[in-house]
Design a protein around this ligand. Sequence first.
Ligand code: NAD
Length: 325
Amino acid sequence: MKILVTGGAGYIGSVVTEQLIAAGESVVALDNLSQGHRAAVHPGASFVQGDLRDRSLIDAVLREHRPAAIMHFASHTLVGESVEQPFLYLGDNVTNGLNLLASAVEHGVQRFILSSTANLFDAPEEIPITEDERIVPGSPYGESKHLLERILHWLDRLHGLRYAALRYFNAAGASPERGEDHDPETHLIPIVLQVALGQRDRVVIYGDDYPTRDGTCVRDYIHVLDLAQAHILALHALDGGSRVYNLGNGQGFTVREVIEVARRITGHPIPAQVGPRRPGDPPELVAGSERIRRELGWQPRHPALEEIIGSAWRWHRAHPDGYRE
Ligand SMILES: NC(=O)c1ccc[n+]([C@@H]2O[C@H](COP(=O)([O-])OP(=O)(O)OC[C@H]3O[C@@H](n4cnc5c(N)ncnc54)[C@H](O)[C@@H]3O)[C@@H](O)[C@H]2O)c1
C-alpha cells in the first residue's frame, strides 16, 4: 500500500515511516521541516518538502502518488504555546487538517489515521482513561485535535472515509536509528537525558504537591515503536470501519520515577529542582488501552520504563546534537 505520511520528518512520523517501510509498504513523507529533519526521513521513502497550508501542493502530491491511505502527524504540538497563541492551533491545525481532508475526499483516498492526544482528557473521572471518558480538551491544542476527530466523524458518514483517531499519551523512546529531536524540547525524557549529556544543568519538576504517590505528576509513556505498531494494525483494520483508540502503556510513572530510572541508566546524578506547578497539568493521565488490545490484538512490546528510557539514551548518546550533524 502507498501511504502519505504528513509530518514524516518529525519524531513519531519518521519512526512510523521507517516501520511502514520495514513492513513492506511504500511511503511519501510530506513535511515543511518547521520542526522535522530531512535526515530523519527513511531513505526508502519519497520526500516532499511542503506546507499543508498549500492546498494546491497537497492536490499535486495526491495526484502524482495516489496514496491508498494518509497518516496525519503534521501539527503544531505544544500545549503551552497553544494557550499563548490559540489561533495557531484553532486556526492552523484545523485548517491544515481540513485542506488535507478536502483533498483526500476529492482524490478518493479512503483511509485516514489522525494523531490525536491525551489532552482531550483534562478532567478524567476514572483512571485509566478509556474511550468512554468525557472529552474535556485541556487547551486549544487538545481542542484542535477534538475538532479534527469530529470532522472525521462527518466525513465518514457523508463520504465513507474510514479513519482511526489514535490518542497517544506520552510518546517516548527511540528506534535504533531515529529519536526525538525537538527545538524547543518540552518533553520530560529528552530533557532529562540532555542533563545527563551535560547540555542542561538540571531538570525542573513542575510541582511536587499533587495528590500522587510522591507528589509529582503521573504520566503514561508509550514506546514510539509500539505506537508505530498500532498505526500499522489500525491501517489494516480500517476496511472493517472507523475507530478511535486511547493509546498508552496503561502504567503511570511519576516525574521523580522517570528521573530515578534515567539516573540508573545513564550513571549521571541528574540534578532536579522543584518549581511551581504549570497551569493545566492534571495530576494523573494513564491510558486505558483495552479496546485496541481486544479489537486489534495490539500489545506493547516495550512496556518497561527502563527499556523506553534506555532506547532514548542510546539514541541521544549516539546523536548528542540530534539530527544537526
Ligand atoms: N509526542 C507526543 O508525545 C505526542 C502525544 C500526543 C499526540 N502527538 C501528536 O503526534 C503528532 C506527531 O508528534 P511529534 O512529537 O512527532 O511532533 P513533531 O513536531 O516532531 O512532528 C510534526 C512534524 O510536522 C511538521 N509540520 C508541522 N506543521 C506542518 C505543516 N503545516 N505542513 C507540513 N509539515 C508540518 C513538522 O516539521 C514536524 O516534522 C502530532 O500531531 C502531535 O500532536 C504527539
